[in-house]
Design a protein around this ligand. Structure first.
Ligand SMILES: Cc1cc2nc3c(=O)[nH]c(=O)nc-3n(C[C@H](O)[C@H](O)[C@H](O)COP(=O)(O)OP(=O)(O)OC[C@H]3O[C@@H](n4cnc5c(N)ncnc54)[C@H](O)[C@@H]3O)c2cc1C
Length: 280
């Protein structure tokens, strides 16, 4: 996973709302983008790429790359605000989980937590919440057993494992939606991803589904909350509506004739993505 990030001035009315997110479909492309409002009226705009091909760091090409995302808002944010500083780079090689709960005897008075137990693709935005939930669990274990107890590490690690199970399943499992992802695939990942594909499509047209999905992604509610019968029905109906809309727009695009050529400065992959988006 590679990030390229730039800060720009924020002007009222550039885009509606306080958070803009545009995420590519990992099965069809491998770029995503996010713009978040930060202090002193600025946006922090990040373009991410999976499995190589990071966005360029020269400002013009960075903006070109933003224009290849499936939604225009990020490019609009970049076009409207004066850039501050250079484009910053960040790279994360892999998600990693250490099954500390399976360790045999561990020394009392010493535990690890947070990213040391489980670090996942930051694009899912769950690492801090996971670390905080582990810290809460640790506090309860310390309160119950005392900080130097023999029983503390094993009990805490069992609780930490339950905490990280959810982000690990969502993040590491979600990354397997891209066929280039390698590694030990958690059991049931393909089934979960097929369901999540429907959920994410449903989010496009149902604010209620989008809200609940956010709650699950932010670890406020368990994934099973999406399976409540009324929510499941809403997901399936919204997914059906979204698919029908996609089919209609594909037919419309074909009947309008050949797709427009992408801008010349856009790279080869982005050109391919652009072509697919126009045809979708
Ligand atoms: C680019 C990026 C974006 C992210 N976005 C989000 C997000 O939106 N939401 C979210 O929830 N999570 C996000 N995360 C994940 C989140 O930052 C981590 O999961 C979280 O910070 C983990 O907390 P931690 O305390 O385990 O580790 P860290 O926050 O990494 O803290 C470890 C600390 O130990 C220090 N340290 C390291 N080695 C030594 C040493 N030898 N001696 C002394 N000190 C040392 C480090 O300097 C650091 O301060 C993101 C991560 C990255 C990289």
């Amino acid at each position: 996973m590679a990030y390229r990030t730039r800060v720009v001035e924020r002007h009222d009315g550039t885009i509606d709302g306080s958070v803009a997110v545009a995420i590519d479909d990992p099965r069809q492309g491998h770029r995503m983008g996010v713009a978040l409002p930060v202090e002193h009226d600025r946006w922090i705009v990040t373009l991410g790429s999976f499995h190589g091909d990071p966005a360029p760091t020269d400002p013009a090409s960075f903006e070109d790359a933003a224009r290849t995302l499936p939604a225009p808002e990020l490019a609009a944010v970049l076009a409207c605000g004066d850039a501050q500083g250079t484009v910053q780079r960040y790279r994360m090689p892999t998600s990693r989980r250490r099954h500390v709960e399976r360790a045999g005897r561990v020394a009392p008075g010493f535990v690890v937590l947070g990213d040391a137990v489980c670090s996942v693709n930051p694009v899912y935005g769950q690492g801090m919440t996971s670390a905080a939930l582990q810290a809460l669990a640790l506090g309860e274990c310390v309160g119950r057993f005392g900080p130097a107890s023999d029983r503390l590490p094993a009990t805490f690690y069992r609780r930490a494992a339950r905490v990280v199970d959810v982000p690990w399943r969502i993040a590491a499992g979600g990354d397997f939606a891209d066929p280039r992802t390698s590694g030990a695939k958690p059991v049931g990942t393909d089934l979960t991803n097929r369901f999540l594909e429907r959920v994410f499509r449903a989010c496009h047209s149902s604010p209620a589904v989008a809200r609940q999905t956010q709650r699950v992604q932010n670890l406020l509610d368990p994934p099973s909350s999406l399976l409540r019968p009324d929510r499941l029905l809403r997901i399936l109906l919204a997914d059906r509506r979204a698919r029908a809309a996609e089919r209609r727009s594909a037919v419309g695009a074909l009947s309008r004739g050949p797709a427009l050529a992408p801008p010349e400065s856009v790279d080869r992959h982005a050109a391919e993505l652009h072509r697919r988006m126009v045809l979708r």
